[in-house]
Design a protein around this ligand. Structure first.
Ligand code: GSH
Length: 218
């Protein structure tokens, strides 16, 4: 049985979306971020990212973590690549070339886009640990213009990034580009990215994940 540790109001959403796409049974343990608790070390505190039981799974103290058959994996996007290859059929790669492309898009998302996209989210919507900084949001938007143009061009051929079909690469990219949604100007300048994100977020599996996320305490 696959277990995902981490509340859905975290990068664990990526894994739950993919698992809902695959229809694979899984167990969900809602480990919460320590910074969201008044006293994470209190005896009655819920399981959190500083709990010894969780640190044994991920010594970085970050959610998500995944367990399956004795394997423990950290890093949300690596977890998705593993799950897609092991259980995902055509959501995963059909051959080594597609494997390379899916890995490349995933690493591109996490290096070129995520550091800026998260700043858009934090500084236009809210940051759990610091006040909003509009100048920082604007700088992040400026830095995202080039990655948006690259993805927009890649989507021109058939509307997906790998293999002409919806894959784990789209899940991994979409979950990073979602953080930039509070900057609509980026999407207006990249209409294929706008259309693609709307299409993938309209998928029943994404909607199911989002409903589960909305059901969690804010
Ligand atoms: N690169 C990691 C980042 C994980 C991460 O930063 N998780 C956040 C929640 S989205 C977290 O656990 N924060 C808890 C904390 O900092 O105490 C991944 O993608 O899994």
């Amino acid at each position: 049985m696959i277990t995902i540790h981490g509340v859905l109001r975290s990068r664990a959403s990526r894994n739950i979306w993919l698992l809902e796409e695959m229809g694979t049974p899984y167990r969900h343990v809602p480990v919460i971020q320590a910074y969201r608790l008044p006293d994470p070390a209190a005896p009655d505190a819920p399981l959190n990212t500083r709990s010894p039981a969780f640190l044994a799974l991920n010594p970085n103290g970050r959610i998500p973590a995944m367990e399956e058959d004795g394997l423990v994996l950290n890093e949300s996007l690596a977890i998705n690549l593993y799950l897609a290859k092991r259980h995902g059929g055509d959501l995963g790669p059909r051959d080594a070339a597609e494997d390379g492309e899916m890995t490349a898009w995933t690493l591109w998302a996490v290096t070129e886009a995520e550091p800026h996209a998260i700043q858009v989210l934090y500084n236009r919507v809210g940051n759990p640990t610091a006040p909003k900084d509009p100048a920082r949001a604007d700088a992040a938007v400026a830095a995202l213009r080039a990655p948006f143009a690259v993805l927009d061009a890649a989507l021109a051929k058939d509307g997906f990034v790998v293999g002409g079909r919806f894959t784990v690469a789209d899940v991994n990219l979409a979950e990073v580009f979602r953080y930039a949604q509070p900057a609509p100007e980026l999407f207006e300048a990249a209409p294929r990215v706008k259309d693609w994100l709307a299409r993938v977020q309209a998928r029943p599996a994404f909607r199911r994940m989002w409903a589960l996320r909305d059901a969690e305490p804010a």
